[in-house]
Write a protein that binds this ligand. Structure first.
Ligand code: ZN
Length: 590
């Protein structure tokens, strides 16, 4: 069935790209990539072919040495430009020579001082949702898959890594020529490249971790259990189809927690805290190897199929490996973030739905955890309706039926009707998928870890602060949940006491600190300002910056101070994070 994608100029009836051979020359001085891409399509093209392009400068388009006719249509603020190849005379391959724009929004160029090593620059890409088109012209729709090879030239001693199989690294004078091959077909948003002075360690027969040398040992320890997760995931989801599962620890400015780039997950360093508290993030990205990378949302309107399924599988795998108290706590925290996001949009906003028409809406502008946790709760509701054993058979069938394909919400519903009629009868599918807000009959979380926090929150409302002894055995999630469940503002003296009890003064746990600093700001603790500023400089993960920046923007004493701080550290952040921060400020009228 042809897919209409509101976020791409691709015409479903035209030929589809099936393979690309890339050559990239990475130039840190001009912040550009000079590229050449040889495209192969699935049928002979006569007439027109449309590609997506955002600010990539087209140098030449040719085939067999002959120039082809082309034009770029007008710039659309969300889609970019349509690149129109014209008057084609029955070709099945063509070559585009191009140069990326220094402002390409998939790429972040870091100066040496923004890295841990401090001696070499760093480059990384983030293509999801619709940013691959700012690196190379492509059919930038998740419903179209291609294989590729790439040759990437970078300055020594830096190396390139890609979400692909590394082949060879050849040193030529001052340059490294790195070759890759991606034999499994991927949608464009899973194209990924990073360049830096990287070290690596083996974690297991199929897993390796890459990071800057300064953090590689800590990172290898934190994520040492990755191969075990892979084995557990295979028991539930079937054979791992991507051969290797490697990790790349990003610089702190990486805008997300993780990105499930196939064969090479990109991970924020904010989860390296020395006690493996946040390795559920790896469980999540790993699960995407099936739900997302094998079965891909047809368009960004179906994003919940990627994220809802993955969050559900994350919960299931964590439950086996770390127990249900742990996995349920993660769901509880995520659900709290989801409800906060719903309140931000408005509980009656269409952005709280799992599926709605997104024409004219930039998916990056409305990105939130709603599809993750509302999707997870929906799938858990379906599981409860038929029992775990039956639902697990459904999962196997689902993966087997749709792997290496795209699936729309409608396609999912008809598969569900066919396979699990009992669940379709018992569950209000339409409400879950098409209605605003969060259904009242969603399955409740259940965890001893949550109960302990709630007891302390109740005591606090009676005026009793926890003692260090009370919280000695608490994990990081419990501290986060406790801080979140306190009143929005508390006496400054209580802030200072909590800081001691939870040992937050010199802490580098950016996740707990995100909650604590936001609470301290709202509570009027202006002494916290230098730490807030340091945090905004050091952390680029949007999810962690949001609570603090929002608290600053909404609190009288700090309101006028936040814009200058955000602007001072603007170039420490990824373009996606900059846009998000700008949105928080403008929503607050700053
Ligand atoms: Zn995800």
């Amino acid at each position: 069935m042809p897919v209409y994608d509101p976020h791409s100029y691709v015409k479903p009836t035209q030929a589809k790209i099936t393979h690309i051979d890339f050559k990239f020359n990475v130039d840190f001085a001009t912040k550009t990539i000079q590229g050449q891409a040889a495209y192969f399509v699935d049928k002979f093209v006569k007439g027109s072919l449309y590609l997506d392009n955002r600010k990539v400068e087209i140098v030449r388009i040719h085939t067999d040495g002959k120039d082809l006719e082309w034009e770029l249509d007008k710039q659309d603020p969300i889609l970019g430009q349509r690149l129109h190849l014209k008057k084609l005379m029955g070709i099945s391959s063509f070559v585009i020579d191009f140069i990326t724009n220094p402002q390409a929004n998939a790429l972040q160029w870091l100066r040496p001082e923004q890295t841990l090593g401090g001696d070499h620059p760093y480059l990384f890409s983030q293509c999801q949702a619709i940013n691959a088109r700012s690196i190379f012209p492509c059919q930038d729709s998740p419903s179209i898959r291609f294989t590729y090879t790439a040759e990437v030239i970078v300055p020594r001693p830096m190396i390139a890594v890609m979400a692909a199989a590394p082949k060879t690294i050849q040193t030529e004078g001052d340059l490294n020529r790195c070759r890759f091959e991606m034999p499994q077909p991927i949608p464009s948003y899973l194209f990924a490249l990073a360049v830096g002075n990287l070290s690596s360690r083996e974690l297991g027969p199929r897993c390796r971790i890459y990071a800057e040398a300064e953090i590689i040992e800590e990172a290898a320890w934190e994520f040492a259990e990755t191969e075990n997760k892979l084995i557990e995931a295979e028991k539930m989801l079937g054979p791992y189809e991507w051969e290797r599962y490697d990790l790349l620890v990003m610089p702190p400015s990486f805008p997300y927690g993780g990105m499930e780039n196939p064969r090479l997950t990109f991970l924020t360093p904010t989860v390296i805290v020395g006690d493996r508290s946040y390795t559920h993030l790896v469980t999540h990205e790993l699960s995407h190897s099936w739900t997302g990378n094998l079965i891909t949302n047809a368009t960004w309107e179906d994003f919940w199929l990627n994220e809802g399924w993955t969050t559900y599988m994350q919960m299931r795998i964590d439950e086996v490996l770390q127990g249900s108290d742990y996995s349920q706590m993660k769901i509880e925290l995520g659900r709290g973030s989801m409800l906060a996001a719903m309140q931000r949009f408005g509980m009656n906003s269409k952005h709280t739905r799992l599926n709605y028409n997104m024409s004219g809406i930039d998916p990056d502008e409305v990105f939130s955890v709603i599809p993750y946790y509302k999707g997870q709760a929906f799938l858990e509701t379906l599981e409860n309706a038929v029992g775990r054993e039956r639902f697990d058979r459904f999962i196997s069938k689902y993966i087997g039926t749709f792997k290496f394909q795209s699936l729309s919400t409608k396609g999912f519903i008809s598969f569900l009707k066919e396979q699990l009629p009992k669940a379709v009868k018992a569950v209000n599918i339409k409400e879950w998928i098409y209605k605003d807000g969060f259904p009242a009959d969603a399955p409740e979380t259940n965890s001893k870890l949550i109960d302990a926090v709630d007891a302390s929150v109740a005591a606090y409302s009676e005026g009793i602060l926890p003692t260090s002894d009370d919280v000695r055995n608490w994990n990081q999630d419990q501290i986060t949940l406790f801080l979140r469940r306190l009143p929005k503002a508390i006496p400054v003296a209580h802030c200072q006491q909590l800081e001691k009890i939870f040992n937050l003064a010199g802490g580098r746990n950016y996740i707990v600190l995100s909650e604590y600093l936001a609470l301290a700001v709202r509570s009027g603790n202006d002494k916290i300002l230098p730490r807030v500023e340091k945090y905004i400089e050091a952390v680029g993960r949007g999810f962690l910056l949001r609570p603090i920046v929002q608290a600053m923007a909404e609190t009288a004493w700090s309101r006028d101070m936040i814009r200058p701080i955000v602007e001072r550290y603007r170039d420490c952040h990824h373009p996606l994070t900059v846009r998000m921060l700008e949105r928080i400020l403008s929503d607050a009228g700053i």
